[in-house]
Structure formats: C-alpha cells, structure tokens
Design a protein around this ligand. Structure first.
Ligand SMILES: Nc1ncnc2c1ncn2[C@@H]1O[C@H](COP(=O)(O)OP(=O)(O)OP(=O)(O)O)[C@@H](O)[C@H]1O
Ligand SMILES: C[C@@](O)(CCOP(=O)(O)OP(=O)(O)O)CC(=O)O
Length: 286
C-alpha cells in the first residue's frame, strides 16, 4: 500500500484547448505555480492484493467508475512501466510480469471543493500517477510521469513539481515531448503569497474538458491566442518569474486570465466561469 499527497496548481498562463483529445495534447504552452502541499491538496492511497478481482476507486468516500479512458490510460501506462517489488521484512515479492494480472484499489480525498474550478483533476491525477508509480516501482522521473498524468487531465502534468512549472505543448504526434518541467523551485520566490478566495464551491456548470472542446470548435479568438499571444507571453512570464518581478508577473497573469475568460465568452454557446462576486473582487484588486 502506498499513500501520496499532491498539491493543486494554478495556471498563470492558461492551458485552454486540445489539439488531440485522447492523448490530451494542448494548443499552447502553459505555466503554473504549485501550491503549498499543506493547503489545497489530494491524498491518495493505492493498494494491491491478490484478493482484489477488479480495479476500483473511491473519490471523497464515494465509489467512482474507472471505466473512463483517462483512468484507464493512467493505469495502463504505469502498469507497462512496473518493475519487480521486493520487501523481505514485510515478506512481499511481486515480479514485473505479475502486475498485469494484479488489481488495485484506490482511495482519494481532496481537501478542497472537487470540480469547482480549483484544479481538483490536476492534483487528483498527478497524485494517482505518482502513487501508482511508487506502488509498482516504476523508475520514471517526474517529467516522464508528468506525460502520463497529462493523459488523466492536462493540468495534472504540472502538479508533479513544486515551484513554477511549465508544460511544454510539444510537437510530436505521440505526445512524447508534451511534458512538464520545473522552471524554478518553491524556494526561488518564497515571499510570494497566494491567496485563494473561494467565491463558490458549487460544481462548475461546464467542465474544463467540454468547455475547451467547444472553444476549439467555435472561438476564433482561441486560435489567435494560441498562435500569436501565448508564445510571446510565455517568454515574458518566464522572465518575470526568473527576476521575481512582481509588477510584470501580476500584469501578465491578469491579462492571461482575462483573455481566457474572453475566449470562454467568444465560445458558442458562451461559457461563464466568473460570477458577480468574482467581478466585484476584480474591481477591488485592479
Ligand atoms: N482526487 C482525485 N483523484 C482522481 N480524479 C479526480 C480527483 N479529484 C477530481 N478528479 C476528477 O476530476 C474531475 C474534475 O475535473 P474538472 O477539470 O471538471 O474540475 P477541476 O479540475 O476541479 O477544475 P479546473 O480544471 O477548472 O481548475 C472529477 O470529476 C474527477 O473525475
Ligand atoms: C482553466 C484551466 O484550469 C483548465 C484546466 O483544464 P483541465 O486540465 O482540468 O482539463 P482536461 O485536460 O480536459 O482535464 C487552465 C489551466 O489549468 O491551465
């Protein structure tokens, strides 16, 4: 049995739009900051036993179906990388080839609202992949694991690292170069404080997956954003982070967030992720 804890991450240059829905390959690079694990995080326990007759998962205490492609992709990819496990003290010996036949049980808890816009899928899939990799003794490093977590939820690839993280969109059709890299670790800018103001803990009306699919199909602004705006803005953001230049960082993050919401509004049917409270707080902050 293995237990892992993974924090969520908040994008300051946002991922919005896929060029491949199955492999979860994005239309632009993105940059995020990973929160302190003491705050918004997922805790996931994975267990294996010869008595389990199928893979099962409980999320926040309720059983969920693992039949969806995203969970199956993560399980399959980690199983393919499983290695021998031997713990003489505990009398455990599992050979590499046995993992194909063994089933896992997963229990996961988010200590913050699920599916409410706080990146529960990011912390959730990163934690699941990390815990499975430890359980099955996979030898891959965190960037390699990020490419697997990405197949659970795009933003999850960035939660495998602390500090500021970049998800390189990559070019390869098989997604092999679409992975996360750490830009700077959590100590680089430790005077930066992130305040999360929860304006609603209700489940969003449009999931990120559906929302970005509609945007890719209908928003011309998305195409302009991905091709013209984000490449330049990503470089500027990397520079602001490297220099701990809060003025530029804040300006770029606000501009990117506003453009993301503009793309949502440019989508048919339009998507609204902000409510009256968010607008009131925006007015106070800007
Ligand atoms: N701890 C977890 N382990 C595995 N999967 C999870 C976990 N938490 C959430 N998920 C999955 O992620 C889905 C929610 O993802 P969704 O992208 O809609 O919302 P979000 O990630 O909270 O918000 P956003 O992406 O806008 O920040 C859940 O329905 C569930 O399938
Ligand atoms: C607005 C975002 O938070 C969207 C995150 O979308 P997801 O990663 O949740 O989407 P899927 O890949 O379909 O699971 C921006 C971001 O985190 O970069």
């Amino acid at each position: 049995m293995v237990t892992a804890q993974t924090p969520t991450n908040i994008a300051v240059i946002k991922y919005w739009g896929k060029r491949d829905e199955t492999l979860i390959l994005p239309v632009n690079d993105s940059i995020s900051v990973t929160l302190d694990p003491a705050h918004l995080c997922t805790t996931t326990t994975v267990a294996v036993s010869p008595s389990f007759d199928q893979d099962r998962m409980w999320l926040n205490g309720k059983e969920i179906s693992l039949s969806g492609g995203r969970y199956q992709n993560c399980l399959r990819e980690i199983r393919a990388r499983a290695c021998d496990v031997q713990d003489e003290e505990k009398g455990i010996k599992i050979a590499k080839k046995d993992w194909e036949k063994l089933h896992v049980h997963v229990a996961s808890y988010n200590n913050f609202p699920t599916a409410a816009g706080l990146a529960s899928s990011a912390a959730g899939f990163a934690c699941l992949v990390f815990a499975l990799a430890k359980l099955m003794n996979a030898k891959e490093d965190n960037s390699e694991l990020s490419a697997i977590a990405r197949q659970g939820s795009g933003s999850a690839c960035r939660s495998l690292f602390g500090g500021f993280v970049k998800w390189n969109m990559g070019k390869a059709e098989d997604g092999s170069d679409s992975l996360a890299v750490q830009l700077v670790d959590e100590k680089h800018w430790d005077e930066l404080v992130i305040i999360i103001a929860v304006v609603s803990s209700r489940q969003k009306e449009t999931s990120s997956t559906t929302g970005m699919r509609d945007s890719v199909e209908t928003s011309l602004l998305l195409e302009h954003r991905a091709k013209e705006v984000v490449p330049k803005r990503t470089k500027q953001m990397e520079e602001a982070i490297k220099n701990r230049d809060f003025g530029s960082f804040a300006q770029l993050a606000c501009a990117d967030s506003n453009q993301f919401h503009a793309v949502c509004l440019d989508t048919c049917p339009p998507i609204f992720y902000m409510n009256d409270t968010s607008h009131r707080q925006d007015n106070q902050l800007c």
